[in-house]
Design a protein around this ligand. Structure first.
Ligand code: C5P
Length: 226
């Protein structure tokens, strides 16, 4: 698409997966590749948006013409997201944010000792960035979009999650059995807080990204003209 339907808009996209450190060399992480978030950033830029990409531990080249802010942990991502959202028309949280982080950080590498069993890893909850951004909109009419990976009851779980998070759109992926993680293709249903439901055919992550921007652009336009 060469349609500049996001021209004059500032969009913030988070991508990748957070890492929660245990000590200077170890972390709790997840398998998010960042491909979907990078596809969202690339396609938004192609449609004329100013793009801030909050990138959590992604091994991909920075998309041309996009502002990249690198973060590691959920707390860093939250800080960067709140800051960037302050002047955004749209925020899309595509990053896999760790639900929990280790309670304690060991300043020196945790050692193994003969005859001593390892201590359990205590965890505390991370803030839910998507829920927070949805509740405290930085601007009136700001759109907030979330992603959800579900293994079962995709629609029912997706609806419940949309309501819980308070976002405008939730892109629900079915995962498991080799679906989605690290692949170049994705398949999803986009649920709207207005009750809408749009199935996106399996295809490249760029196509899913463009389908999300189609829905976003329609909502931004409707708000302006309605
Ligand atoms: O609750 P769940 O992790 O399935 O929700 C996924 C969505 O919520 C994603 O959009 C993710 O970026 C966002 N999220 C978040 N902060 C968290 C956990 C998830 O923003 N602590």
């Amino acid at each position: 698409t060469a349609v500049a339907d996001l021209a004059g808009r500032h969009v913030v996209v988070s991508a990748g997966g957070t890492r929660e450190p245990l000590d200077p060399v170890r972390y709790l992480g997840n398998r998010s590749s960042g491909k979907q978030g990078y596809a969202l950033a690339t396609t938004a830029a192609a449609r004329g948006a100013r793009v801030t990409l909050l990138s959590a531990n992604v091994e991909l080249p920075a998309p041309a013409g996009v502002d990249v802010v690198k973060v590691t942990t959920a707390l860093e991502l939250r800080e960067a997201a709140v800051k960037a959202a302050a002047e955004a028309d749209v925020v899309v949280m595509a990053a896999a944010v760790a639900d929990f982080r280790p309670t304690d950080y060991a300043a020196v590498k945790i050692k193994k000792r003969d005859g001593v069993e390892p201590a359990p890893i205590a965890l505390v909850r991370n803030p839910d960035i998507l829920a927070e951004l949805s509740e405290h909109r930085a601007r009136p009419g700001q759109l907030v979009v979330g992603f959800a990976a579900e293994t079962d009851q995709v629609l029912a779980n997706g609806r419940a999650k949309l309501a819980r998070k308070g976002c405008d759109l939730l892109v629900v992926n079915e995962v498991g059995d080799g679906k989605a993680f690290g692949l170049d293709t994705n398949e999803a249903v986009v649920l709207g807080a207005d009750g809408s439901e749009r199935a996106i055919a399996p295809g490249p992550k760029e196509d899913l990204a463009d389908a999300v921007w189609d829905l976003v652009a329609a909502r931004l336009g409707a708000a302006e003209h309605g």
